[in-house]
Write a protein that binds this ligand. Sequence first.
Ligand code: NAD
Ligand code: 022
Ligand code: ZN
Length: 375
Amino acid sequence: MDVRAAVAIAAGKPLEVTTVQLEGPKAGEVLVEIKATGICHTDEFTLSGADPEGLFPAILGHEGAGIVVETGAGVTSVKKGNHVIPLYTPECRQCPSCLSRKTNLCTAIRATQGQGVMPDGTSRFSMGGKKLHHYMGTSTFANFTVLPEIAVAKIRADAPFDKVCYIGCGVTTGIGAVINTANVHPGAKAIVFGLGGIGLNVIQGLRLVGADMIVGVDINNDKKAWGERFGMTHFVNPKEIGKDLVPYLVDMTKTPADQIGGADYTFDCTGNVQVMRQALECCHRGWGTSVIIGVAGAGQEIATRPFQLVTGRVWKGSAFGGARGRSDVPRIVDWYMDGKIEIDPMITHVLPLADINKAFDLMHAGKSIRSVVTF
Ligand code: NAD
Ligand code: 022
Ligand code: ZN
C-alpha cells in the first residue's frame, strides 16, 4: 500500500516528505495507522549522521500512537481497532531477560531491530522498489507502519493520540527512571540536571512519588519557570552561582541533622559526560544514587574517582525508564487520563507531516519542549 512518510534519505539531509510503499503484516506482526508522533533527540542524532549505527535510507520516529488496522497470522494480544503505542523496547515476556524480572531490555528481536529490519530479516518499507530501513523497530514518521506484536502496548481508546504519543518515549523515560530505576522514596531529596523534555518528566515523576526537595539544574534560565510548573522546588543555573557546582549543591541539600549533604537521588538528563560526573558527585555519601538517562555522543566516556563509589554512591543507567512497555505504558496512559501526570503543557508545537523538518529546527534552537506531528 502507499503511505505518506518522512524519509531520511541520507545523513545530514532534511527529511523528504513523500509517498512510500508498505507491505502488510506477516506472522506475529501488526499494521498500525499512526495518528501522531513526537520528535525526539535520538531521531535527530541519527539523522545528523552522528550515530555510528544509523542506517539510510530509513523511516525514523519512535514516539507514536495509533490504531491497529490489520493483524498478521498468529497475533492474539491485539486486534483491529485497538489503540496502541509502539515500543522501541519490546516486551516478549519469554526471553531470558524478560523472565529474569531484573531488566526491561527484552532481547527477543534486538539484533534485527538494530539492523533496521523486521524479525524475519526483511523490511516492509520500500520506495520506488528500493528497500527502506525501519528505525528502532517503530518507524513512526509514516501514517502507517508495521510492528511486531510484542512491540505494541494496547491503550484505552479515549486517550488523545496527539498527547499520549509522548508516552512512547519522553514521559515513560522520565517518570520510569524515578519509579523503576531509582525507586525514589517519599521525602527524598533529588537533583535533576537538564530540564528538557526528559528532565521535566523526571521532575513530575518526583512530585508524583512525594519527593521533598526537587532541585533543577540548567544553563538556560528559561527552564526555571518550566521546572516550577511541574514541581521543582529549587533552581540552579551553574553559570550564575560564581563557584563550583558540586559543593554548592551538596551545601544546598545539607540539613542540620545530617551535616554531610548531598542528594538521595540525582538524574542526568543532558547526555553531557561532565554533567554525569557532577550528578554522581553531588550524591549523598553512603547511599546517594545517580541515574544516567542522557545519551552521550559516540565514543564519549565518563570519569570519577573510585573513592566516590567506595564511599557508597551508586551509578546506574536507565533505558526507557526501566519500563516494561506492554505492562507499564497502559498504566501511564491511565495516570494521564486520571490527571495524575501532565502532558499537554509540554507539547509546545503541533505540526503537519509536511512541516516535520521545522520540528527539528525548533529542537536545535532550544525553542520546543516537545513537537508533535499529527497525520
Ligand atoms: P533537551 O535538549 O530537551 O534538554 C536538555 C536540557 O539540558 C536543556 O534544557 C539544556 O539547556 C540542558 N543542558 C545542556 N547542557 C547542560 C549543562 N551543562 N548543565 C545543565 N543543563 C544543561 O533534551 P531531552 O529531550 O530532555 O533529552 C535529554 C537526553 O535524554 C538526551 O540525551 C536524550 O537522547 C536522552 N534520552 C534518553 C532516553 C533513555 O531511555 N535513556 C530516552 C529518551 C531520551
Ligand atoms: C530514546 N532514546 C534516546 C532518546 N529517545 C534511547 C536511545 C537508546 C536507548 C534507549 C533510549 C537504549 C539504551 C540501551 C539500549 N538502547 C540498548 C538496548 C539493548 O541492547 O537491548 C537502544 C534501544 C534501541 C535501539 C538502540 C539502542 C535501536 O532500536 N536501534 C532501546
Ligand atoms: Zn526518544
